[in-house]
Write a protein that binds this ligand. Structure first.
Ligand code: ADP
Ligand code: MG
Length: 282
C-alpha cells in the first residue's frame, strides 16, 4: 500500500494531477482510492458521474479500479469514535468525556488530525478496512497543508500521554516513512511560484525529513522554427517558454523529473487524460 499526498498552491493543478495519477495507477491494475477533503467536491467535475451523483462519503466507483471519496470532518470523526467504542471502554470514556467534547469544538486542527488518522489507518491497523494499493489524497494547498502535517505534532505537545498521544506519534511515524507515504508538490514554472515551492519544500524537509517530488505543471512546449516577430502571440508565448526554462533551471536540485505540459483544452476531464500520457513510470 502507498499513501500519496498531493499539495501545491491554489489553482496550480493539484486536483488535475491527483486525478491523472490515480487513473494512471488504476489503469496499471492497482486498486486505488482517490480522496478529496470536503465540504465541496471538485472531483465530480473531472469524473463524469452523471448529473445526480454527488461524490460524498460513500465510495463511488469511477472507471476501472478507481474509487472516489470525499471526506468530511463529522463523518470521519464519528467513524473513529464508533470504532473505539467497540474495542476499548477506556477510550470510550475519553471520547465522551466533557474534556473531549470541548476539545472537539475548540481544538485547532482537530479536523486535520482526524483526516490524517483516517489516511494512515491502514498502516496503523486500526479503523475501517483500507484495502487499497494506493490512496491518493488531493490535499490542501501549501499553507493549510503545513497545518495538516503539524497537527499531530501540536496535539502531542498539548496531550503529553495516553491514547491520543500514542495515536499522534504513530501517525507522524507513518507520515515520515518514505516507504509508506509519498508527497507531490505541484508548481507552476513561473518565477514566484518556483521560489515559493522551493521554500515550501525546504520547510517539509526541515520539519519532517521528507523529500517530495515536484510536479512542474502547465509547462509550455517550445515553438518549432523561427518566431515571427510581427506576431504578438508568438512573441509572448516564446518569451514565456524561455522564462519557464530559466525558472525550472533554478529548481533543478530538487526532485523535478515530472514535467506536465500546458494542455490547450478547456475540458478538465480531457486535461486529466492528456496529463495521464505524460506520467511515465510513476
Ligand atoms: N497541465 C494543464 N494544462 C492546462 N490546464 C490545466 C493543467 N493543469 C490544470 N489545468 C487547469 O487549471 C485549473 C486549476 O486546476 P486544478 O487541478 O483544479 O488546481 P488546484 O486543484 O490546484 O486548485 C483547472 O481548470 C484545470 O483544468
Ligand atoms: Mg483542487
Amino acid at each position: 500500500m502507498k499513501l500519496i499526498f498531493v499539495t501545491g498552491k491554489g489553482g496550480v493543478g493539484k486536483t488535475t494531477f491527483a486525478s491523472a495519477y490515480a487513473l494512471d495507477q488504476a489503469s496499471k491494475g492497482k486498486k486505488v482510492l482517490l480522496v478529496e477533503f470536503g465540504p465541496k467536491s471538485h472531483l465530480k467535475y473531472i469524473f463524469s458521474l452523471g448529473k445526480n451523483k454527488e461524490i460524498n462519503y460513500k465510495r463511488i466507483k469511477a472507471p476501472k479500479n478507481l474509487e472516489v471519496q470525499m471526506w468530511n470532518f463529522e463523518e470521519v470523526l464519528v467513524e473513529f469514535i464508533t470504532y473505539y467504542l467497540k474495542v476499548k471502554t477506556l477510550v470510550k470514556k475519553f471520547f465522551s468525556s466533557p474534556i473531549m467534547q470541548k476539545l472537539i469544538k475548540v481544538a485547532p486542527s482537530l479536523r486535520e488530525l482526524v483526516y490524517l488518522g483516517k489516511a494512515t489507518s491502514g498502516y496503523r491497523n486500526i479503523g475501517k478496512d483500507m484495502d487499497y494499493d494506493s490512496i491518493v489524497v488531493d490535499s490542501y494547498s501549501t499553507g493549510h497543508f503545513l497545518a495538516l502535517m503539524r497537527s499531530p505534532v501540536g496535539m502531542m505537545e498539548a496531550v503529553k500521554r495516553g491514547a491520543m498521544h500514542v495515536q499522534c506519534k504513530t501517525i507522524l511515524e507513518v507520515l515520515k516513512n518514505p516507504k509508506q507515504v509519498e508527497y507531490f508538490v505541484v508548481s507552476l514554472a513561473e518565477k514566484l511560484p518556483i521560489v515559493e515551492t522551493k521554500e515550501f519544500v525546504d520547510i517539509l524537509k526541515k520539519e519532517f525529513s521528507i523529500s517530495p517530488k515536484i510536479v512542474l505543471n502547465k509547462v509550455k512546449q517550445e515553438l518549432d522554427g523561427k518566431v515571427d516577430q510581427a506576431c504578438a502571440f508568438q512573441k509572448s508565448y516564446s518569451k514565456n517558454t524561455v522564462n519557464q526554462k530559466k525558472n525550472i533551471n533554478k529548481i533543478k536540485n530538487y526532485n523535478t523529473e515530472l514535467v506536465m505540459p500546458f494542455v490547450f483544452k478547456h475540458d478538465s476531464t480531457q486535461i486529466v487524460k492528456e496529463m495521464n500520457d505524460h506520467l511515465g513510470d510513476l
